[in-house]
Design a protein around this ligand. Sequence first.
Ligand code: NAD
Length: 257
Amino acid sequence: MRLENKVALITGAAGGIGREASVLFAAEGASVVAVDLDREAAVAVAKEVNQKGGRATAVGADVSRAADCEAMVAAAESEFGRLDVLFNNAGIMHSDDDDAISTDEQVWDLTMSINAKGVFLGCKFGIPALRRAGGGSIINTASFVALLGAATPQVAYTASKGAVLSMTRELAVLHAREGIRVNALCPGPLHTELLMKFLDTEEKKARRLVHIPMGRFGEAKEMAQAALWLASDESSFTTGATFVVDGGITSAYVTPI
Ligand code: NAD
């Protein structure tokens, strides 16, 4: 098994990518700490993992709050004795996120506090735990929008994911010699609640699909598979990477029709 004897903490564990990653990581031998703002939904994910013969515990936490991030890491160590993998995956895409003129300051602040500060706080408390375990792997969920501009505006979200990407590179360099690897997963547009709520008409979906060479949205499961490789020792020489899993969107100029 690819994550045997490892303890993995996954934030946003009740959502599309986080739930799939919780189930997959556990099936590959990891003990999983499923963290979400929605505690009940995280409990359901942990229950599902345990019913399938895996090991998981649930923690309710808001990743934009330092005390919650400290507590989720403490839970990993008290429940399973160590932390080896930290998947900072929780994120939001606010429905009122727009261009710079129209986006409210509150929307900007909320988005940055969860998507960017949440990753910082996960690392703030997670890195000392990874050190205590003798090293480990951090995966931060950024997005393809950190690499490409779009005419469907979501300025706060895009800026927050740019912050995740650059923070990832710096942390990777800082902690490389401690055996702590830090990589960014950059999903393309996915068929999950987060994006489908934002692209709420067929027209908006079609507008996005035309840019994806594969002609479809990605699945959360495909992101979990990519994260699994980054979490496992198979990626032992990979750090600071911008790991793009996007159906070809960032490589496209003109797509097939
Ligand atoms: P999702 O909405 O299905 O899941 C996100 C989860 O995060 C939810 O369970 C939610 O309750 C939780 N969450 C929200 N705020 C939180 C907080 N403050 N503290 C703790 N948990 C919180 O979304 P998803 O599609 O699975 O997205 C996961 C990550 O992937 C996000 O960072 C998102 O930005 C990123 N991403 C998604 C797409 C896409 O197309 N869906 C594309 C690129 C990147």
